[in-house]
Write a protein that binds this ligand. Structure first.
Ligand code: GRF
Length: 203
């Protein structure tokens, strides 16, 4: 059975959606460990309540390399096959990325490469785009930048607020994150340049 490591810093709704899919047998894996960079993260409490192995490794004030070395140690200790960033509010170092080649996923609430970084939904609204969405991508050492696994689009309505747009995007986030995990976990893809090509039976 493949083993997932979840890294989060906050609410944890993407983590919950993944955990639901795992529990329903829709993802052929188990959640080996949930690690939070913040002690007050709601996602940490949710994971505890679900009886999952949790760790809190506070990142505040820590040097990136030292912090990432701790993460690598714990993820290896729990024999994690795939690392899923689920609202994890830290940029990972090149050494972390090298430790899990093509085995780190992130979800971002925009159609990358538009609106990387913080407050993506607010950026999209302020820019005036008519369509936004979300992206699951492999993680490299650059922000919101690795090969794209899946994207989903949603309309931006004239009366949208950041909250209403974020809620519409979040529904799609919860759907495509698990689908992307299935593709990557099965190794049913190859990469050509920046393009991640999922093999037909994986989709
Ligand atoms: C999501 O919008 C995700 O795309 C972004 O951070 C947010 C995390 O939400 N990376 P949650 O903690 O999964 O509820």
């Amino acid at each position: 059975m493949k083993r997932l490591g979840i890294l989060l810093s906050g609410r944890g709704s993407n983590f919950e959606a993944i955990a639901d899919q795992v529990a329903a047998g829709q993802i052929d894996a188990e959640i080996a460990v949930v690690i939070s960079s913040r002690p007050e993260a709601r996602g940490l409490e949710v994971a505890r309540r679900r009886g999952l192995k949790t760790l809190c490794i506070p990142s505040k004030g820590m040097d990136r390399e030292a912090y990432d070395a701790l993460l690598i140690h714990e993820l290896r200790d729990h024999a994690v096959d795939l690392v899923c960033l689920a609202g994890f509010m830290r940029l990972l170092s090149a050494s972390f990325v090298r430790a899990f080649p093509e085995r780190i996923l992130n979800i971002h609430p925009s159609l990358l490469p538009a609106f990387p970084g913080l407050d993506a939904q607010k950026q999209a609204l302020e820019h005036g785009v008519k369509i936004s969405g979300c992206t699951v991508h492999l993680v490299d050492e650059f922000l919101d930048a690795g090969p794209i696994v899946l994207q989903a689009a949603v309309p931006v309505r004239d009366d949208d607020t950041v909250e209403s747009l974020s809620a519409r995007i979040l529904v799609e986030e919860h759907r495509i994150y698990s689908a992307a995990i299935r593709i990557v976990l099965g190794g049913q893809f190859h990469i050509e340049g920046r393009r991640l090509i999922a093999h037909p039976r994986a989709v």
